[in-house]
Ligand binder design. Structure first.
Ligand code: MG
Length: 203
């Protein structure tokens, strides 16, 4: 399986990192070795000293598809969950300065904690999903799917023009404002609406 991730999908987050608003979705990948499940702890790696949390709604692809029309995109995912797109901001800044890819800054081991998935049918309105991240009990990031520049169906249509989506793939849909560093000892708790889906520690 693969993880496809969207960068710069919330205007306020683009502003906080002083990036430009892209015309088209910014796409990158994480390898399957980045995944942490079942609230396993995240072990802070030794090659970075600036790991940031980015909480994101994630989609579970349930059907193979390419060139998916946005009208039918809804048929290609069956679960919505919460993920953290851990980013080694120092490595990313170095890569960005040289115009090089973000692969290591975004794809290192453990950089993709993912929650269980809730059935899509449980959500009355996919354009109104609230989610948030608390670090040590303090709310750090709050988002709503209404704030996305490219909503779920646009992401699926766009990505599948280039890359076939397969059952079991996961899409990270971008982070709202409020990203920031994590430290060893932190406890991260993530909610979709009032359901706590993530609860793990940084070690
Ligand atoms: Mg992200």
């Amino acid at each position: 399986m693969k993880i496809v991730a969207i960068g710069r999908n919330y205007a306020e987050h683009i502003a906080e990192l002083k990036n430009e608003v892209p015309d088209e979705p910014v796409i990158f990948f994480k390898p399957d070795t980045a995944i942490l499940r079942n609230n396993e702890p995240f072990y802070y790696p030794d090659y970075t000293s600036d790991v940031h949390h980015e909480v994101e709604l994630i989609l579970r692809i349930s059907r193979e598809g390419k060139n998916i029309d946005r009208k039918f995109a809804r048929k290609y995912y069956d679960g919505i969950g919460l993920g953290i797109d851990f980013t080694a901001r120092d490595l990313q800044a170095k890569a960005k300065a040289k115009g090089l890819p973000w692969a290591l800054a975004k794809g290192f081991n453990g950089s993709a904690p993912v929650s269980e998935f809730l059935p899509v049918g449980q959500f009355p309105d996919l354009r109104q999903i609230n989610f948030r991240l608390e670090v040590n009990g303090v709310a750090k990031q709050q988002g709503n799917s209404a704030m996305m520049l490219h909503p779920f169906e646009d992401i699926i249509a766009y990505v599948s023009r280039f890359i076939t989506l397969k059952t079991g793939d996961i899409i990270f849909t971008g982070t709202p404002a409020g990203v920031g560093p994590v430290q060893i000892g932190d406890r991260l708790e993530g909610y979709v609406e009032d359901r706590k889906l993530l609860d793990f520690e940084v070690k």
